[in-house]
Design a protein around this ligand. Sequence first.
Ligand code: ADP
Length: 591
Amino acid sequence: MNKIKGVKKISGEKDDIEKLNQIINLCRDNYNIAHDKTYSLAKSGIEICEKLSLSAEKNILETYLAFFLWHNNEPQKALSIIYSISEKLLANKNYLEFSLGVIITSLIEWAKGEVELAFNTINQAFEELKNKENTKVAIIRLNWNLGVFYFDLDEIEDSLRHYQLSKNSLDHETDFSVVAYINIGLATVYKKKLELEKAEKLFEEILVYSQTNNIWMVEARSYHELGMLEQLKENFDKAYSLFSKSYEIRLANNARPAIVTSLISMAQIDIVKKNFSNAEIKLLQALEISKEKNLKPKTSILMLQLSGIKEEQFKHKESLFYLKKHYELEKELKNVVKNNKNAYLQLTYKVQKTAKELEREKELSLLKTSFVSTASHQFRTPLAVIQSNTELLLMLLSKIDNHELERVKKVTGRITGQIAKMTELMDEVLILGKLTSGNVHYEAKELNLVEFCNILIQQFNAIQEDGRILEFKIIGETYRVKLDSKLLGHTLTNLISNAFKYSVGKENPELSIHFKAKEVILSVKDYGIGISKNEQLHLFEPFYRADNATDIKGTGLGLSIAKEYVEINRGNILVKSILGEGSCFEIIFKR
Ligand code: ADP
């Protein structure tokens, strides 16, 4: 099917056309196995097409060019090619390339969070192919694609159904890589359903299949997956040797992103075996590739692992550096995943999670919390040692003359100050860890807000060294509100201490409660340094600090914690501010 037909063979062009024919067949067979080769083949084929004005064949080859670009991390270019040729492919009955184009565009849109568009692209393609001949492979591909989407959404049964639909239609005509990827999809579903033996058996079959048919990408992937299954069984040596096999194949074929995956897995085993320096070498190598290829999810994992290793090596500063990068990336990435799921839920009005999935999520979050809390606690031990030694030093030195003693006190004062800062940072990282893993206790009770705020205000006013106080205003008829007082207390404490901290030398800050008919608004207002419009967008991100705050002490974590706490309390937080004039943070709770 899809051989070049109906091309007039004018003398002199015969060789070119034969060559073009060969090129197209080679692209069809190799696009998924030899990317670089397919790219140069497609390029040279397109040149021939242009010379001979063969537009249908040119479109075919452009599809493979787009596939290459997509794999080469140039999705935008790939998209614009496919969008411009898709209709022509369909009109020319080149369904093989048409369906490949659909896969490319829908997966790219998916990665951007365009869930509805991605689903629509596929459904529309199903419609277009209805009642047409020679569409079997195309339909198989589309079903595979749906399998991938549902898997991504954790809708495992739907994923399984679509993979099976495509598998059931396979025949000897289907190209090797499609067969292999459908089986990989199925085996991954089994793995997710914890049917590990079934998964292992299928991966072993895929391995043999890929070796017989020379599909190195699939061979490497199978070794890797089998390695992961051994790792689950805690057969670490066996797992390591499978990972290395996968790594060797990927290295030999210069499959850069996949090399990262192998290196991460091998490093994980090194870590289990406490070979930290070996692990570090692998991870740094992987990090270089990830950065070069802009692989954010991988980079994020690498940052977390490097942070753990640095912690083991007592290099706390570096550990914290990596941890911070990890958090920044996670925040960015979580949004894409969250958005896809949310968009999907809206699309289908489905809200359901199986007990098993919930269990898995719980396990994962437990892992995360335990890492963060171990890291934070371990930071504290050396800090306590430094603190007590500083005090000891001061005692020992108390015999020297007064002038010298003053100088020593200055130095130890600086040390103690930094220790306090570090301890505060650790406390906040610990809270953040609890938050990201969803382990925060929430218990709402009817609360008298006025009384609650009065106590808080007294505490604040008692500790101000510059004589300022917090003004208090109540607007509207008071009523009781159902809230978790601990979370609210922590949130307000942060906002109020910021208000004092960022408005030194200015008027008193104010706390007001506005009791409205349907909602209550708590606002903390100051007349201090303010925040620029641009920076307001980032204030609630962990570790973010505005430019004008650099000379004022802080960690950049308080507001991100405050925001999470407000949201757990079912409220919203927002900021209004003018640079140089002051800021007002508002928390809004529905009545
Ligand atoms: P921290 O104050 O420890 O740096 P936060 O998370 O509480 O961390 O605040 C993040 C950033 O938001 C601060 O670094 C500062 O730039 C800005 N910010 C917060 N509150 C105020 C305020 N009341 N006035 C001016 N800037 C503020």
